[in-house]
Design a protein around this ligand. Sequence first.
Ligand SMILES: *Cc1c(COP(=O)(O)O)cnc(C)c1O
Length: 267
Amino acid sequence: MVEIKITKAAKLKPKYTDESKLGFGKVFTDHMLTMLFDKAKGGWGPIEIKPYGNISLDPAACGLHYGQLIFEGLKCYSTAKGLQMFRPRKNFERMNKSALRMCMEPVNTDDVLKGLKELIKLDADWIPKSKGTSLYIRPTMVAIEPFLGVHPSTQYLFYIILCPVGAYYATGFAPVKIMVEDKYVRASNGGVGDSKTAGNYAASLKSAEEAMAKGFTQVLWLDAQERKYVEEVGTMNMMFKIKDEVITPPLGGSILPGVTRDSVIQI
Ligand SMILES: *Cc1c(COP(=O)(O)O)cnc(C)c1O
């Protein structure tokens, strides 16, 4: 069983006052979880929960140069039954798949889930309660070995930060206008489109910027080869309801295997 070291913040941050103005990804709680991997030391070290704050990295940390960086996104809700996360194990399993694809180090899902629950308990006062709000959970892993050769890092930093959030898009929960993208591509067969890895999102910014200038909120990606088949939107899988049938693109390696997608299919 993993050791969890907890250091509480001496001074708590002022909390948001209006849940309806939270938006997405701007407000962070008092604590964070960190865990370090070092191949020379035999693997992952203990989980630490400590005050939220800057991280210090060597400027040569290889993840900053070559993009060995993966992340996850899931939510915890304040419900009538108490605090509930939505299928959290799925996210850590997917993170481990991303890790293997990017030659990074998988984590022990039971350990990080246990650590995450401790972190959420500690920052429970930050969880908003009104309809449409939740606590967004962002697990991240970045390669930190100071080395400029292109090879898999031997050191990684895993961390989890928490943000109380409202709607993801500035337009709230209203429908968003989506532009079908036929110029740029997001991912091709054999690439890393099915990994939640930083480069996929950097590569999508140009397209989103051009779409926004034309009055759209996001783009709908098409397949890289023929620009003919629907793939997904930048941060979400697609479902279409045609009469009594719901259809969605298959997981061919170029789209992200969403937990929401899997849940909708199961339902
Ligand atoms: C995170 C993400 C999704 C949605 O995944 P969920 O597990 O349903 O939240 C879909 N597409 C992309 C590109 C993503 O990054």
